[in-house]
Design a protein around this ligand. Structure first.
Ligand SMILES: Cc1cc2nc3c(=O)[nH]c(=O)nc-3n(C[C@H](O)[C@H](O)[C@H](O)COP(=O)(O)OP(=O)(O)OC[C@H]3O[C@@H](n4cnc5c(N)ncnc54)[C@H](O)[C@@H]3O)c2cc1C
Length: 437
């Protein structure tokens, strides 16, 4: 059976799919969503975000927690609590955790208001012919639309990336529970605790990891031992052991384990999509995760209306093919400025992946000594290319020599990534005729 043609068919029901379906339907486009899960299936992760990001878009009411006391630790660490090695770096910016059910409901209600239609099923095949894109599902249905938006996550069903690269993966082992001694201060959020005095000399030579931790209220804490991004990734067992050692060293015991996070996979350096394919992507599928932080929700909220508005404009041309609409969409989603920044962020990640623990600690000390607006804009990808280059240069000149040497020594794909910054991946000539670079 072939169903009626609509403007856009979004695949998935994660944050990527819901944010773009909402934005498209707000533009008055006819939107359908095809998803394997129930639309209100609980999402598996917790989503953190800087307070200013939600304030700027009027969504602060969707937070379940908000912390003002936000710190990191970049010292070596010591058993002596007052030692300078335990000195926190204060971020002086709020950080929040979404109430993920409320966030999901917010988007679902927006979709409902605009009569977005849901199809439950697994996308299997895509056929694009002229003005029509047709998606076949595992149970034999065919759904027609003007353009498909693949938001099926980090291993997208249809979307192809521009190149194959070794994927750097962030891995974490986390627990939520009660402890006999508070593992972080009351009402505190710890972005990165790089103290490592709980490890032996030889353990400190292994790839570093840090603690991401927060007071969840009512005596509960969320602790997550995290590796920034590595290829091959740090194993779950290593992270679990390190968290246990960290706690034991400080004489802290877990008294009530409410939840254990058994390892997650967060690819940090997904290449840009192939812009010449006749479909679009959004979210993890479209390489939108921030390579420096692994965050994406803020970016989804900011970028969905831009893509939706470009698609509405493109679709006013009733003769536009799916490929032309997709091409206009890619240009709006990945303008040259963002492509350039992505290359620099990937370059930075490659550097950090090679850094030893001391280099990482010195690097982050310098990073958070940048003017607050600069590091915030860097971490949220709201920085201009000019300011990004400026921030990197400032970091370089102020850095100690161990970090400078690390930044100067070019290895692996680093030169290639710098070249991509100068000459970002572009669109093919046919498509350039249709849109504006
Ligand atoms: C552990 C972890 C922690 C994270 N923490 C944060 C954070 O604190 N802050 C932040 O901003 N970001 C965070 N992220 C990054 C990012 O926000 C999330 O990964 C987010 O879930 C990605 O959304 P998505 O919609 O692109 O993909 P997903 O959430 O993976 O959703 C994909 C959807 O596609 C559906 N699907 C897949 N295949 C098909 C198919 N063939 N047919 C139909 N449907 C299909 C799936 O069922 C699912 O609904 C984190 C990621 C991870 C892994």
């Amino acid at each position: 059976m072939t169903e009626t043609s609509v403007d856009a068919l979004v695949i998935g029901s994660g944050p990527g799919a819901l944010s773009i379906a909402t934005a498209l339907s707000k533009e008055g486009l006819i939107v359908e969503v095809l998803t394997k899960d129930e639309p209100n299936e609980p999402w598996p992760y917790t989503y953190g975000i800087w307070g200013d990001e939600v304030d700027d878009v009027g969504l602060a009411h969707l937070l379940e927690h908000r912390w003002q006391n936000t710190v990191s630790f970049f010292g070596q660490g010591s058993k002596e609590p007052k030692s300078i090695a335990n000195e926190p770096t204060k971020h002086l910016r709020d950080y929040g955790l979404f109430d993920k059910q409320r966030l999901q409901q917010y988007w679902l209600k927006e979709c409902e208001k605009s009569r977005v239609k849901w199809h439950r099923g697994t996308a299997l095949e895509l056929i694009v012919e002229g003005k029509t894109s047709l998606v076949k599902t595992a149970d034999g249905r065919s759904l027609k639309c003007r353009v498909v938006i693949d938001a099926s996550g980090y291993k997208p069903i249809f979307l192809k990336h521009s190149e194959k690269v070794p994927i750097a993966v962030q891995t974490c082992y986390g627990v939520v529970g009660k402890f006999d001694t508070p593992p972080v201060e009351k009402d505190q959020f710890v972005l990165m605790d790089y103290r490592s005095d709980h490890l032996t000399e030889s353990e400190r030579e292994e790839p570093p990891s840090f603690l991401y931790a927060m007071d969840m209220g009512k005596g509960s804490y969320f602790l997550e031992e995290t590796s920034l991004g590595l290829e091959p990734p740090l194993s779950l067992d290593t992270l679990r052991l390190r968290l246990e050692k960290r706690l034991t060293h400080r004489g802290i015991k877990i008294t009530d384990l409410k939840y254990e996070e058994l390892g997650v996979y967060l690819p940090m350096n997904i290449p840009l999509p192939d812009f010449n394919q006749p479909l679009l992507g959004f979210g993890g599928a479209a390489g939108m995760v921030h390579p420096a932080s692994g965050y994406m929700i803020g970016g989804l909220i900011r970028r969905a209306p831009i893509l939706a508005s470009a698609l509405k404009k493109s679709m006013r041309n009733t003769t536009a093919t799916s490929a032309q609409i997709a091409s206009d969409g890619w240009r709006a989603l990945w303008p040259a400025e963002l492509r350039r920044k992505q290359a620099l962020y990937h370059f930075g990640l490659e550097k950090l992946m090679r850094f030893e623990e001391q280099q990482l600690r010195d690097f982050f000390t310098g990073f958070f000594a940048l003017p607050s607006r600069q590091w915030y804009d860097f971490l949220t990808n709201t920085i201009s290319v000019k300011d990004l280059v400026g921030a990197m240069w400032q970091m370089f000149v102020k850095a100690p020599w161990n970090v400078r040497w690390g930044l100067m020594a070019m290895q692996g794909r680093e030169l290639q990534l710098l070249w991509k910054f100068l000459k970002p991946q572009t669109f093919n000539d046919n498509q350039l005729k249709h849109g504006n670079e």
